[in-house]
Each structure stands twice: as structure tokens, then as C-alpha cells.
Design a protein around this ligand. Structure first.
Ligand code: AKG
Length: 169
């Protein structure tokens, strides 16, 4: 996502006042009519860029569904904060998008003994489908004092915001 659209989404989130103090770090919206105004253009961009990608990162039936997403979570992570390994609940369809904003961080996908680190830079998008959505867990390690390791180098993880978009069953 362009730097300009990242900034527009971040200022819209600030205007919404979802995170009035540091103890509140998550906002959830359920149902198309409750999504913020920027979520539909974002979903449109996600659909277009996934369709343009070869091979498409999501199966055709997901890319054609309407709406593509009707549920949103915004998460704010302070420096060094993470999220425990998990698979998203089955109440959500296949085809999950996560947009990263602000700080870079490393997300680990784990399955049995395998672990695949993925660098999430600002404006990058993860699309999870099939095995990645149902069989692999994803997590962001908690670190003190906010350094992660990427390809043997220290990566400073400062404040990060993520937007997860999903479709309810
Ligand atoms: C979730 O909310 O279930 C996530 O996995 C969010 C991941 C992220 O913040 O990048």
C-alpha cells in the first residue's frame, strides 16, 4: 500500500479514537455496515492486487466473493509486544488479509517442527489461505527491549498497527 494511503488510514484511525489510552490496543468491527469508510476501498485494492498477481495468492472463489471481507480487527503493538501462536477461529472463512502499518516486524508461521519467518514492512500485506490459514499458526514474538532478529540482524520493532480483514461464516 502506498505511503500516502498508509498515512490516510492511520489518521482516520486516530480520528476514530479507537485507542484513547495504552491499555486499549484492539478495536473490532463486525458486519459490512460497521466497517470504517476506508475498509471498502482497501478491500477493493486487495482484491485487485491479488487478481493481478500470478499465480493469485487466493483461490478464485475467494477473490470473487461479495463482500470480500465483513469483519475487521485493528491491533496496536507497542515496542516489543507480540501475539501468541494461533490459527484464526473457524467462524471466519478462508482468505484472511493482514495489513501492516508503522514499524516493521517479523511474523513466524509454524507447523509441527517448521518455522518460517516473514518480514512485515510498513504497507505490506499478508494473505492467508488453505494450509497457511488452517494448519499453520502465526505469531509475533514478544521481545525486550523491542529488537527482533531478521536474517541475523537486529530489527528495531517500535509501535506497529495492523489491520486484519476477514469474512464471517
Ligand atoms: C490477529 O488479530 O488474529 C492477528 O493475527 C493479527 C496479526 C498482526 O497483528 O499482524
Amino acid at each position: 500500500l502506498s505511503t500516502r494511503r498508509q498515512s490516510l488510514i492511520l489518521s482516520a484511525i486516530e480520528d476514530e479514537k479507537w485507542f484513547p489510552n495504552p491499555s486499549i490496543n484492539q478495536a473490532m468491527r463486525f458486519g459490512l455496515q460497521h466497517l470504517p469508510s476506508w475498509a471498502l476501498p482497501l478491500a477493493h485494492t486487495i482484491r485487485r492486487s491479488a487478481q493481478a498477481h500470478q499465480p493469485p495468492p487466493l483461490p478464485g472463489h475467494i477473490l470473487r466473493r461479495e463482500p470480500l471481507f465483513d469483519q475487521m480487527i485493528a491491533n496496536v503493538y507497542e515496542a516489543g509486544e507480540g501475539i501468541c501462536p494461533h490459527v484464526d477461529l473457524l467462524r471466519f472463512h478462508d482468505g484472511i488479509a493482514i495489513l501492516s502499518l508503522e514499524s516493521s516486524c517479523v511474523m513466524h508461521f509454524t507447523s509441527d517442527a517448521s518455522s518460517v519467518p516473514v518480514l512485515l514492512t510498513p504497507g505490506s500485506l499478508i494473505l492467508m489461505s488453505g494450509e497457511a490459514r488452517y494448519l499453520w499458526k502465526h505469531q509475533i514474538n514478544r521481545t525486550t527491549p523491542g529488537f527482533q532478529i531478521w536474517k541475523g540482524q537486529q530489527l528495531t520493532q517500535s509501535k506497529r498497527t495492523s489491520i486484519t480483514l476477514r469474512k464471517l461464516q
